[in-house]
Design a protein around this ligand. Sequence first.
Ligand code: PEP
Ligand code: MG
Length: 578
Amino acid sequence: MTMQTLPDSSGSDHAEPGRRFAGVGVSPGRVIGSILLMPQAVSEPAAGERLAEGISPEEASADLRAAAKAVQADLTERSIGASGTGREVLEATALMANDPMLITAAVKLITNGASAQRAIWDAAASVAEMLHNLGGYMAERAMDVLDVRRRIVAELRGVAAPGIPYSDMPFILVSEDLAPADTATLDPAKVLALVTSSGGPQSHTAIIARSLGLPAVVAAVGVDGLANGTEVFVDGAAGTVLVDPGADEAALAAAWEATSAALAVFDGTGRLADGHLVPLLSNVGGAQDAVNAAAAGAQGVGLLRTEFCFLERDAEPTLDEQVDAYRGVFDAFPGKKVVIRTLDAGADKPLPFLTDASEPNPALGVRGYRTDFTSPGVLVRQLQAIARAADGSEADVWVMAPMISTAEEAEHFAGLCTTAGLPTTGVMVEVPSAALTAASILEHVDFVSLGTNDLTQYAMAADRQLGPLAALNTPWQPAVLQLIRLTVAGSRDEGHDKPVGVCGEAAADPALAVVLVGLGVSTLSMTARALAAVAAVLGSVTLPEAQQLAALALTAHSAADARRIVRDKLPILDQLGL
Ligand code: PEP
Ligand code: MG
């Protein structure tokens, strides 16, 4: 039931040949394929739902057992084809699907008259609560129980299972948006491209797509109305999705396949045409990412998103768990810089042990460094873990805090790092107030790193996850470029000259990378997949040329104008299909 089969969509009202959806291109690439829609979330069965007339408790119990077995078989089959974290997630969930304690509890409720769907829903809630109360490893399993109950209810209803759909054929994934946790089961060998109807250019769908090297279009309104199996052409640079493509699109897709292979190789040194060096670092979410980034030639790590090591964790990771996770990343880069960011929980990256899911306005709430106000101790323990992991490692470990708004916060963070014995301290500039006060902030810390994803969302007051605001939510906005210029100016104030890096998605846009270097940014950090393309385009300009392009972008009338003006002056982009 949960396996999708790419049905023929010829009868669909929505699949009009030649219909074009315009969205925002967030990861380049041109492909043709059939779509699979991300299934709708599974709704809770009605409270107190009873067995339907004519269904005996024995029949309902048998249906439930059959559904649980089917879910287990599906997850087991998928785990065999998966690897790494994806495999572990699937194996753990498969085991839980037919857990005797869960099924026995549900059957007991059915015997008392509850419907099969309601019974599994309530039984899973009790089991999840019990596991949660046990804490530690058992508490982690509570999430698996809740996932399993959604799958069993979907099976009982005869609808597709929640989460990334599964198919034995490659497909284009169409969804409203993707959460970071969805990635664990996203198989890049099966998914040809990502398209969302919502989601902004800075959303996690965009970040995921770039890190997997998948073409992606976000904010393509209406695309989720297409039927499963519809054949489309996705252009991740132009931001378009075309139904029922023809020979021209087939030629473009074939040409992309040929050039993308050439764009996969980075020689390990970022430099401009005149030899000006721009170290190109990588953004990583854990040890495996770091190993891949090192293999791709990254000159270090510009952003280790530590919260990605602990997504979905119910309890604070122990010191030893943290040391292991960080050490794995440091070990991939002996002798190189690794910038580790303290937990950036909240908003689109909730961590159940640290953030409050009921906040009315999470992006403006207690997130990032601010969780130290409400959960004191977690940050200090994380810094101790980082110091322990750094001790004896050959990496040059730099530490930074996310969501810093004031110089006092920077000073406080620097003090905590000194106490922990961490010598190189910085902060992210992702709130406009930090850009405007960069000089004062840099009196307390050694470096800053521009988080252009959040800097854009806060400068434009536009939620980075919202598709309808995608045109506002681009770092090409002249206002965002001005904030970057001010940050660089602040870094050179007061007699100091401290490094300013960029680790937001702006760094992975090859044309914008040129502008950032022209504005005075010293290092760029991006998904490993983008290194070669960014290096190729940087290598086509000199520093004075980059500075001229930056000046043009800064004074452009709009984000679209800035992008067009700069792209027109970089012919290499067209040659490489970027
Ligand atoms: C950013 O905001 O640009 C950034 C790099 O942090 P994240 O995307 O993890 O919020
Ligand atoms: Mg951020």
